[in-house]
Design a protein around this ligand. Structure first.
Ligand code: ACM
Ligand code: ZN
Length: 577
């Protein structure tokens, strides 16, 4: 027996010296004396206990349960590959170290992460859970985990027990691609950072008065004509025009690529075709769809045109059905956003002077008068809702769709405050809360406006974002109608990726805690204390972020990036998928 033990020890010594491999088992990797760092995970886990000691992930054993689906296995393998890159050590596929296990009793986005002297155990049921467990692990590790090169910093995972699941199912972030257009590479980078903070819905704003951004094969002029504007106003000078033709659009292949990329990050893409207002680009392409027949011109200035689709013309509904058929073909999401906001700017009522619209009101028995436009908008909304419903889809609309009489089954996106969401929930509609006073990321981030890049206005420092509580003001018993929370990023005054990211980050991190954390888990001081580590991670990943919370105001310190640098970011795939 003794001889056998000596022989095994000798063999182990030979293996270590030949392969340079460490013993992959848990016992060899757990350091009971490692000092615990404060947990800086954002969004903060809903159930976490911090123990003592830490697990060194370099060269560990890794086991990926056989029942794990392909998409989750890819996320796990990418995480392991990242570990190998930054540690310079190969992991070993065997039991006894870092284990990923399917637990079918868990909800799809739930996960457990247990790190102790017996190893690291991750349990989840599906992609969301496994992805979020790896995101949490990356946030528990030193930020060098996000790099693309070997580092001497040890990848020590602190001893923790985390049982985590989101407060809200709908955790959205919006992007306006119309006022300014964002390349596929930038959109993917935006999705990456959303996933890092466990955000799972991408509201893709694709149509506007200032540009139409989705290729529609039945209506090629939408992008040939509607995708371009003859210049853009300069700063806040409403009478100006820089004279530079501006535009762009996504082909359907590109959009499918974005949808697939997002799906791998547990993100559903919800496209928005804003109707019947915000349609000037489409009207420029197809003037016969408007009440007056035009001519129209894709807007070169901000604001909202009061030229809208004609509600009295059946050809408009043929057009919308044709567009939405292609939208459904590209975007598999259950929800399609149909806009519905700001059709009537001020007291405007373009339908009231259109014989076709007035005839439609008569046909529907809508009495003429100040309320008629709302009921006529209800008619448009319901026709579109019925068409989408026949194809198994549901609508989301901005809170204006509640005016008049909204048909059952619509979901209301409350943006002009919280009142729309509260009213919707009381009336039995589902709602998504995105009140501008808390969640419009195009607003200024500090009162020192002279140091900030130009903005649309407002004042939304990160602590105000963080303070938002989605159930405030709700009638008790209606909470279940609140599907979740979203922030919006309109891009009138945002023309570069650096500026876009500056407006997004770190306010989106605050958003993620509203969406993920139970109300009593939120703590602004703890969150703020986490931001130093997050800033380091974002720096390593190549994101621009606003440092107002650290007294550094403004975008001037950030060098501009080229599209090639962005592409290189994606080629390096630094987040790890
Ligand atoms: C909006 O901000 N017009 C929805
Ligand atoms: Zn009309």
């Amino acid at each position: 027996m003794k001889i056998r033990i000596i022989a095994l020890a000798a063999l182990a010594a030979v293996l270590v010296s030949c392969g340079g491999r460490k013993d992959p088992t848990a016992a060899a990797h757990f350091d009971a004396s490692a000092k615990a760092e404060p947990v800086t995970v954002v969004p903060y886990p809903n159930d976490i206990t911090v123990g003592t000691g830490a697990y060194d992930l370099a060269g560990t054993a890794v086991s990926i349960g056989k029942a794990i689906d392909e998409a989750s296995a890819k996320v796990i393998r990418d995480f392991v590959a990242r570990l190998e890159t930054v540690t310079g050590e190969k992991t070993v596929e065997t039991e006894g170290g870092l284990a990923f296990i399917v637990n079918e009793n868990m909800a799809p986005e739930e996960y457990a992460l247990i790190v102790d002297s017996t190893g690291v155990k991750v349990e989840a049921a599906a992609l969301g859970g496994f992805l979020y467990a790896t995101e949490t692990m990356k946030q528990l590790l030193p930020p060098e985990i996000y790099g693309n090169a070997k580092t001497d910093v040890k990848m020590l995972l602190p001893a923790v027990k985390i049982f985590d699941a989101p407060r809200f199912a709908y955790r959205g972030m919006h992007l306006d691609t119309c006022r300014h257009f964002w390349s596929v590479a930038e959109v993917k980078k935006y999705l990456d950072v959303m996933a890092m903070f466990k955000i799972n819905r991408f509201h893709f704003h694709l149509t506007e008065d200032q540009g139409w951004r989705m290729e529609i094969k039945r209506y090629p002029r939408l992008t040939e004509v509607g995708g371009w504007r003859n210049g853009t106003m300069i700063g806040k000078d409403w009478g100006s025009n820089d004279g530079i033709r501006y535009g762009g659009f996504y082909t359907q292949d590109e959009l499918r690529d974005i949808v697939a990329y997002a799906a791998a990050l547990n993100i559903t893409v919800i496209p928005e075709i804003d109707l019947p207002g915000h349609m000037l680009a489409a009207l420029t392409a197809y003037p016969e769809l408007g009440c007056t027949g035009g001519p129209y011109e894709v807007w070169t200035r901000w604001g909202v045109s009061n030229e809208i689709l004609c509600a009295g013309n059946d050809a408009v509904f043929d057009f919308l059905e044709g567009v939405l058929t292609e939208v459904m073909d590209v975007f598999p999401s259950e929800y399609i956003h149909i806009g519905g906001d700001e059709c009537f700017i001020g007291d405007s009522d373009p339908w009231n002077s259109c014989p076709k619209c007035l005839a439609r009101e008569d046909e529907l028995g809508i009495p003429h008068g100040p309320m008629a436009k709302h009921y006529l908008q209800n008619y448009v909304t319901e026709r579109v809702q019925t068409f989408l419903g026949e194809h198994g889809r549901k609508i989301i609309g901005w809170d204006e769709i509640l005016q008049g009489e909204l048909a059952p089954g619509a979901t209301v996106m409350s943006w002009r405050g919280v009142e729309g969401g509260i009213e919707a929930a009381e009336k039995g509609f589902d709602a998504i809360m995105t009140p501008s006073s808390f969640l419009y990321f195009d607003y200024y981030q500090s009162r020192e406006r002279d140091k900030e890049p130009i903005c649309i206005g407002g004042n939304l420092p990160i602590e105000n974002v963080y303070a938002y509580e989605p159930f405030d003001g709700l009638k008790p018993g209606t909470e279940d109608h609140i599907l979740g929370v979203q922030a919006n990023l309109w891009t009138e005054y945002i023309a570069t990726p650096e500026h876009l990211e500056y407006m997004l980050l770190p306010r989106m991190c605050a958003l993620s805690e509203i969406q993920w954390c139970e109300a009593d888990r939120k703590d602004y001081d703890r969150f703020n204390g986490s931001l130093d580590r997050i800033f380091r991670a974002l720096d390593i990943l190549g994101y621009t972020s606003c440092r107002n919370v650290r007294g550094e105001i403004g975008l001037d310190r950030v060098p501009a990036r080229s599209e090639e640098e962005l592409q290189e970011y994606l080629n390096n795939n630094p987040i790890g998928w």
